[in-house]
Design a protein around this ligand. Structure first.
Ligand code: ZN
Length: 207
C-alpha cells in the first residue's frame, strides 16, 4: 500500500502514521526527519538543502523531489510507503505520481477549535522537559512528575497556532482538491481517542 498522510499540526499525525505503518508493514517516510538527518550526515542532498534551511528559506521542490525519489527506490519501499510531510504542493504531487503514485491519500480532519485547545493547553516542564496538557493537570504551573515549573512554549501561543493552521489550510486545499479529483482522497475523522482514529483510518484504507 502506497500512502500519503495529510493532517493539520496537532492532529496526532505522527502517532497515527507509526501505527498504520506497523499494521501495513510499510516504512514511515517523514521528509522533515529525512532532511534533518541528510543535513546532519552531510549527504549531497543534505548539503544542497542546508543552505536553504539555514537562511530560513523553503527548500526548493527539486531538492525535495530528488530526495523522495531516492528514498522510494530503496528496497524497503517495495511493499509500499507512508509519506508524511510530502507532497505539500500540486507540483510535488505531480512529481510523486511519476515516481511511485500513491494508492490513497489519508486526510485527517480535526476542527481548528479542537486543535487550538489541544495545542494552546500544552505545558512543558522547565526541569524535566516533560510535556503535559492542562486538561490532565491539577495545577497548571507545577510538573506532576518532578514538581518543576511548567510553561507554555512560544510556539503554542494562540496567535501562533492559528497562524500555522491558516498556513496549513491555504497550502493543503489545492492538494486535497487534486487528490479528490484523482479519486484517491480518504477523509478520516481525526477527533476521538488515538485508538478510534487508527480504527477509522484502517476502515477507510480497507474500504
Ligand atoms: Zn518535570
Amino acid at each position: 500500500m502506497k500512502l500519503v498522510f495529510l493532517g493539520p499540526p496537532g492532529a496526532g499525525k505522527g502517532t497515527q502514521a507509526e501505527k498504520i505503518c506497523q499494521e501495513m508493514s510499510i516504512p514511515h517516510i517523514s521528509t522533515g526527519d529525512m532532511l534533518r538527518s541528510a543535513i546532519a550526515s552531510a549527504t549531497p542532498t543534505g548539503l544542497r538543502a542546508k543552505a536553504f534551511v539555514e537562511t530560513g528559506a523553503l527548500v526548493p521542490d527539486e531538492v525535495l523531489i530528488d530526495m523522495v525519489r531516492d528514498r522510494l527506490n530503496e528496497a524497503d519501499c517495495a511493499n509500499g510507503y507512508l509519506l508524511d510531510g510530502f507532497p505539500r504542493t500540486v507540483h510535488q504531487a505531480q512529481a510523486l505520481d511519476e515516481i511511485k503514485a500513491p494508492d490513497m491519500v489519508v486526510d485527517m480532519e480535526v476542527e481548528d477549535e479542537h486543535l487550538l485547545s489541544r495545542l494552546t493547553g500544552r505545558r512543558v516542564c522547565r526541569a524535566c522537559q516533560g510535556t503535559f496538557h492542562i486538561s490532565t493537570l491539577k495545577d497548571e504551573n507545577v510538573c506532576p512528575s518532578c514538581g518543576g515549573e511548567l510553561y507554555r512554549r512560544k510556539d503554542d501561543a494562540p496567535e501562533t497556532i492559528q497562524n500555522r493552521l491558516n498556513v496549513y489550510h491555504t497550502q493543503t486545499a489545492p492538494l486535497i482538491d487534486f487528490y479528490r479529483r484523482a479519486g484517491k482522497l480518504a477523509p478520516v475523522n481525526g477527533e476521538g481517542t488515538p485508538e478510534e482514529v487508527t480504527a477509522a483510518i484502517l476502515r477507510a484504507l480497507r474500504g
